[in-house]
Design a protein around this ligand. Structure first.
Ligand code: Z57
Length: 802
């Protein structure tokens, strides 16, 4: 938008006084922040209104992205950037003596997601708005987001995160758009003028109230909507006796109370199933209501609406859309089923079996009796349809209801027209292994959409020095056309460029070091290699492999203080699910080793470990620009894609990686000389599963370095640990080492020696860094959402020029 500094100053001054009856000079940060947030909203409001109006036109297909999580991060700065008023506002505030940076830091980081899946949804929202795709988010407005992590004596403690305490300037509550969602009760079908209609009794009605947040595109025009639902008591129930009222109220409000803190893991709680149906039903009802404003017959739904299911959490979209088409719209089964499949599409994000949702039949039939009936019918019709084409085993393996459970992935695959994986390797594994049966039955439903990240948040906003430097080299067109970053390759042998790149990295490292000094009172040497592993704590991601290698360096230095080791700072950030004991033990172990090494005066600056508390989007924005090395070391086949890998390469980190997830595509982009690959391949892992020939114990016995390191877990070397050392030792040496940590140890150690070698040659290292930045453009989520739009949703992005 066009905004002059003087106009901004005038608006800002007036609004602050209107809101708080204060002069700017007497205002505090909170007042300054809320004023700016409100002003931004007014600046975006016309575009928001116009965007919404244009979306009501016939033939303007709408995309609804259903996700249990949206991990947006702070929005003040990204909204300013996307409105193209960041500089004007910064300068205007400066003249009032206000530092924009302080207002940015004042905003709470809304943690409405766990990790990759929720952050991906947030990147997609940004990219859809920027690419002018009519994309709406649909989710839950949790009162408590992901817990705050604190370390007490090295152990993770969880503290509730009441992110709404100071209000939320970005959202609009729309009570007039509320809908009713029904749970429990009895249902039966009655004949009413020739068709069966459901009758209900004793059901529990919950009011779903939407809160809309504008998603501002980086295109001067589009403002999309993220709609998050909050559960409230139905007005009709407020007349109950007071005690009963309070009890029921808290039961109902429970539904949108808290985000489940599990990542890639499912734990079959009734309340979770309630949450899933709650936002699915509310979302679909409001979609149908909006569709009806177009005055088209319901059979046109699939021309006007696409609904995307982010993992299986919203898979109840299948029976819920069927329910509405059958019961409310009076469609026949066949037509309703065709339409449902045309509207829905599904993304799979994991092959880990513990993450696959399966709900007990009784739970479903009690909580959602009508939905249960519909699922049973879908299942029976599926089995009947397949009977003449496949054998009984095939049908048993792929049907929805089996062994007393409802398999949500099967429901999602059978009920939609598209299923995609999130990286080439992941999609291949789905087709060949995990979902092979379905691939044989529905080959044309399967497709790949490699994940992406928004370069606006992950470079323009979080790494301003690098952004300016890139602009000075190749201009700024890459900001909207990120593969233009390949133009940087022209400078790969230009010493000036490479030294400047090293300087920028050092600046970012110093900035992070200042933060660590301030918050942890730990001094870091910005000339050391900053080696970063930030992601959820999970056994398959193998933070433990990283730690074992660090211990090997430590013992090497203890034995020979002059050993040839380039100084390194190992940086970890990770939350563990509160009930995931093994992951929490690993956190304790890392913290204990950190304490031991950081306080060892003989080690000094040569090795440091920083485990940042409460890793979050805003911390990622600080850490990633400061990374020299990106650790992407999951066991091959286990990480569906990864997206931190893309953020780190975009910021010039060199990746140490297994051939897992999108790491494979990163290697293809930068070439084998600019990434450090090690470890088993997915094929080798599957071969081990097949022949059962992996014996972790042998690696413990035969590799002396590994032997020394593992013994340290159990011989009292590491002060402060209790049972953790023994438990972790046993998991590796005695209980089979499920994620092949010992198998990959030696190869990893050698890969890390390579890092140490190459880093000594600044020009060589910075050339690798440059080529990583140059190759990262393809991983922009702008391209990813455009592929979804074209190949799955069947909607073209409008040109933003007209
Ligand atoms: C989650 O964050 C992911 C998968 C899941 O099944 C659940 Br539940 C949560 C992650 C994958 O582990 C990452 O590899 C992937 O990059 C990310 O989803 C986005 O696709």
């Amino acid at each position: 938008m066009k905004l002059t500094k003087d106009k901004f100053k005038e608006d800002y001054q007036r609004l602050l006084t209107e809101l708080y009856s204060l002069d700017i000079k007497d205002s505090e940060v909170s007042e300054q922040y809320f004023t700016l947030g409100n002003l931004i909203r007014t600046y975006a409001s016309n575009d928001w209104k116009n965007t919404n109006e244009s979306y009501l036109k016939k033939g303007e297909k709408q995309i609804y992205y259903f996700s249990m999580e949206f991990l947006l991060g702070r929005m003040l700065k990204s909204n300013l950037l996307n409105l193209d008023i960041l500089e004007v506002v910064q300068k205007g505030l400066q003249e009032f003596g206000i530092h924009l940076e302080n207002l940015i830091e004042f905003e709470v980081d809304p943690g409405l997601g766990n990790g990759g899946l929720g952050r991906l949804a947030a990147c997609f929202m940004d990219s859809m708005a920027t690419c002018a795709i009519p994309g709406h988010g649909n989710g839950i407005r949790y009162k408590y987001g992901l817990f705050k992590q604190k370390f007490v004596n090295g152990y993770q403690m969880e503290i509730p995160e009441h992110w709404l305490r100071n209000g939320n300037i970005w959202e609009v509550r729309r009570l007039n758009k509320a809908v009713t969602v029904r749970f429990y009760g009895n249902v039966w079908l009655e004949n009413s003028s020739g068709r069966l209609v459901p009758r209900y009794e004793n059901e529990e009605a919950v009011l779903a109230v939407p809160y809309d947040t504008p998603i501002i595109g980086y295109n001067e025009q589009t403002v999309n909507t993220l709609r998050l639902w909050s559960a409230e008591m139905h007005p009709q129930d407020e007349s109950h006796e007071y005690g009963a009222f309070l009890k029921q109220q808290s039961q109902i409000e429970n539904i949108s109370e808290v985000l489940y803190p599990d990542d890639s893991y499912y734990d079959g709680r009734l309340l979770r199933l309630k949450q899933e149906y709650f936002f699915v039903s509310a979302g679909i009802q409001s979609i149908i209501r909006r569709f009806k404003k177009k005055d088209l017959p319901i059979s046109h739904l699939s021309e006007e609406v696409a609904i995307h299911i982010n993992d299986t959490h919203p898979a109840l979209c299948v029976p819920e859309l069927m329910r509405i088409l059958l019961d409310d719209e009076g469609m026949d089964w066949e037509s309703a089923w065709d339409l449902t499949k045309k509207v829905l599409s599904y993304t799979n994000h994991t092959i880990m079996s513990e993450a696959l949702e399966k709900w007990p039949i009784d739970m479903m039939s009690t909580l959602l009796p009508r939905i249960h009936q519909i699922i049973c019918e879908i299942d029976q019709r599926y089995a009947a349809d397949m009977r003449y084409r496949y054998d009984d085993h095939m049908i048993e393996r792929t049907r929805i209801i089996e062994g007393g459970h409802i398999k949500m992935a099967h429901l999602a695959i059978i009920g939609s027209h598209s299923i995609n994986g999130v990286a080439k390797l992941h999609t291949d594994i789905l087709k060949e292994k995990v979902l092979h049966d379905f691939y044989l039955i529905f080959p044309s439903k399967f497709n790949n959409k490699t994940n992406g990240i928004t370069q606006r948040r992950w470079l323009l906003l979080s790494n301003e020095p690098l952004r300016q430097f890139i602009d000075s080299k190749i201009g700024s067109n890459w900001e909207v056309n990120p593969t233009d970053l390949t133009n940087l390759k022209a400078f790969q042998n230009d010493e000036d460029t490479l030294f400047k790149l090293a300087q920028i990295k050092k600046l970012n490292k110093q900035r992070f070091a200042d933060y660590v000094k301030r918050t942890m009172n730990l001094t870091l040497n910005p000339d050391a290699i900053f080696d970063v592993q930030v992601k959820r704590l999970h056994a398959y991601k193998r933070q433990l492999l990283n730690l074992l290698h660090i211990l090997s360096l430590y013992f090497k230095l203890k034995e020979n203080p002059n050993a040839y080791i380039y100084p390194r700072v190992f940086i970890f950030g990770a939350k563990a699910a509160p009930s995931y004991m093994y992951a929490k033990q690993i956190i304790k172990l890392i913290n204990s080793v950190a304490h031991m090494i950081n306080h060892d005066h003989h080690i000094g600056d040569k090795l440091k470990i920083v485990f940042v508390e409460n890793y979050s989007v805003s911390l990622a924005e600080r850490i990633i620009p400061a990374a020299d090395v990106s650790e992407q070391i999951s066991l091959a086949s286990k990480e569906a894609s990864g997206t931190g890998n893309m953020k780190l390469m975009l910021n010039g980190a060199v990746t140490v990686a297994t051939l897992d997830g999108a790491n494979v595509e990163i290697r293809d982009q930068v070439g084998p000389d600019n990434i450090i690959i090690f470890g088993l391949t997915d094929k080798e892992v599957y071969q081990y599963y097949h022949d059962g020939s992996y014996h972790a114990y042998d690696y413990y016995i035969h590799n002396p370095i590994l032997h020394r390191v593992l013994n340290a877990l159990i011989d009292g070397t590491i002060p402060g640990i209790e049972i953790e050392g023994q438990d972790i030792f046993d998991s590796l040496v005695k209980y089979g080492d499920e994620y092949f940590v010992l198998r990959d140890f030696e190869d990893y150690r050698l890969a890390q020696e390579k890092v140490d070698q190459i880093y000594r040659d600044t020009l060589r290292w910075q050339k690798m860094a440059l080529l990583n930045i140059a190759g990262a453009g393809i991983f922009s989520s702008d391209y990813t959402v455009l592929q979804y739009a074209k190949e799955i949703w069947d909607v073209s992005a409008k040109s933003t020029q007209d």
